[in-house]
Design a protein around this ligand. Structure first.
Ligand code: F6P
Length: 520
């Protein structure tokens, strides 16, 4: 059933690419957002987009309708729709690893399987049901007061981000702790104050050979036994595609997933157990439903009214046609404080590549640098640079219409600040004193969720996944491998031995010098 799709052209080989360059050049010389709004009363309506659980305003970006029309032609020439359909159909779009990419199947309701994937969907629901039943059993167990989730990258960031985002639904009875780093300070500070009989350890690792996670799991097991803990089966659970490796460590309760789920796309799989434990099975199903609604939008909405497509096209426009090398993410919701870190992995691990699918060097920039902090904190830290710095950095604001707290006045202030930043970046303010002059005409995108519910969070994350897919498809990348993380892992293994032995033979002078100093 599975086949490798024929390679569509990448954006810089598309026939429309020179016209886009030409248009961007003209725009860079004379485009001004303030005039664009003054000249076109329909600009907001044209550049805003409804999508499941959210609304996005793309109108304060440095583009115009002809630019978007050319970009839509680009999407067609680069066969974005065919590439999308190939992914949803289970074709081997992850060519360098020979794998299908089916994270969207994890949120597909029973009975709605794409043709030929009913077998996989049946496995998905069987595991989901078992994982959620387990989550409910633990939730009903008053003896478990603390859950320590150990996992890194896609096995840590997603669950942590989602649990924080949905904190309001979590209840105070059970504390959730997250440990990702191999730095023992992190694990130690979590273990201090815990009791083995009231703690559940979740070891989350797709491959189950990730150094950080296994080191933390071994130390947690040691601690558990040293503190008099006995029943490992009750207190340790593994989430992995490699159950036998978990069993070798003595962890026998395992929830699995499949090689067609990439680590950074795995929140929807058993890796989501911490979320299910925190918010319950029904809310976890709502998270999946929200993501599925966005999948449906991405698969069926025409390109010009398709939010992930429009955002992905805007990303390529900003990166390659206007030359902006970074994007700042400012969630205006404290619950989304780990969203920038989550999106960093999603986008920079997916599209931070220098060769295309065929291994040919790219002739243009790929993933921008993503960074950010929640607003309003960021406003008092680095927004200075967004307003008056020498580089233009597109800002993406993610705000939430309805708060889940009852404190008077806070949310209005928060939303007013979000609006004000986008407005100030665009409008600027003229002043003869250069220090007080704001140039304005600086781009921003505004995403507004109706409320930070599980469904809206699911839709937001799926939206981001798909916009990354669209940009990767235009750049001609395999967005689903991550070979760039391997070299450092390999060298760390060698250097760990050298740190023990003191052997610096064949090392460069800097590494040798540092290593010797560490040993002194
Ligand atoms: O090092 C990168 C990476 O492979 C990520 O892609 C992944 O999410 C993370 O490590 C953790 O991997 P695992 O879940 O297999 O432990």
């Amino acid at each position: 059933m599975l086949s490798v799709i024929p390679q569509p052209p990448r954006c810089d080989h598309a026939a429309v690419w020179p016209a886009l360059h030409h248009h961007a050049l003209a725009l860079r010389k004379g485009f001004d957002l303030r005039h664009a709004f003054a000249d076109d009363p329909g600009r907001f309506a044209h550049f805003s987009q409804e999508a499941p659980h959210c609304f996005a305003d793309l109108s304060k970006n440095l583009w115009d309708a002809p630019a978007e029309a050319l970009l839509l032609r680009l999407a067609r020439e680069c066969a974005v729709e065919q590439q999308r359909d190939a992914m949803f159909a289970g074709e081997h779009v992850n060519g360098s690893e020979g794998r299908a990419v089916l994270h969207a199947l994890l949120r597909c309701p029973r009975g709605e399987s794409p043709p030929g994937l009913a077998w996989a969907l049946a496995q998905v629901h069987e595991t989901l049901d078992a994982m959620l039943a387990y989550a409910e059993r633990v939730r009903a167990d008053a003896g478990i007061t603390d859950v320590v989730c150990m996992g890194i990258g896609g096995s840590g960031l997603g669950p942590q981000m989602a649990v924080q985002a949905l904190q309001g639904m979590c209840g105070a009875r059970r504390r959730m702790h997250f440990v990702s780093n191999v730095d023992g300070h992190e694990l130690q500070s979590v273990l201090d104050g815990l009791q083995p009989r009231s703690t559940l350890f979740i070891v989350a690792s797709k491959v189950f050979n990730t150094q950080e996670t296994l080191t933390n799991a071994r130390s947690a097991l040691q601690w558990f036994h040293a503190q008099g803990g006995e029943d490992v089966a009750r207190h340790f659970v593994a989430l992995t595609t490699n159950a036998s490796a978990a069993a070798q460590m003595g962890i026998t309760i395992t929830f699995g997933f499949w090689d067609w789920v990439g680590g950074r796309y795995s929140l929807w799989s058993a890796i989501g157990l911490p979320v299910a434990l925190a918010v319950g099975a029904a809310a976890f199903r709502d998270l999946l439903a929200g993501a599925h609604a966005m999948d449906h939008h991405f698969r069926t909405a025409p390109l010009q009214a398709n939010l992930p497509v429009r955002l992905g096209l805007l990303d390529v426009w900003n990166r390659n046609l206007l030359g902006f090398a970074s994007r700042c993410i400012a969630p205006y919701h404290a619950g989304l404080r780990r969203l920038p870190a989550y999106l960093q992995q999603l986008e920079m691990e997916s599209n931070g590549k220098r060769v295309d699918r065929q291994g040919r060097p790219l002739a243009l920039g790929s993933a921008p640098v993503l960074w950010g902090e929640p607003g309003t904190d960021g406003q008092h830290a680095f927004f200075q640079m967004l307003h008056q710095g020498t580089d233009i950095v597109p800002l993406e604001i993610i705000a939430v219409q309805r708060p889940s707290h009852g404190l008077q006045g806070h949310h209005e202030q928060l939303l007013a600040n979000a609006l004000a930043q986008a407005q100030a970046l665009m409008q600027g303010r003229s002043c003869d004193d250069g220090h007080r002059h704001f140039p304005g005409n600086r781009p921003s995108t505004f995403v507004l969720l109706d409320a930070l519910t599980p469904a809206a969070l699911g839709a937001l994350i799926a939206l981001q996944e798909h916009r990354v897919f669209v940009a990767g498809a235009l750049w001609g990348l395999n967005s689903f491998d991550q070979w760039g993380v391997e070299l450092g892992k390999l060298l760390a293994r060698d250097l760990q031995q050298r740190l023990a032995s003191g052997d610096v033979a064949q090392l460069d002078a800097s590494t040798a010098g540092l290593l010797q100093r560490m040993r002194a």
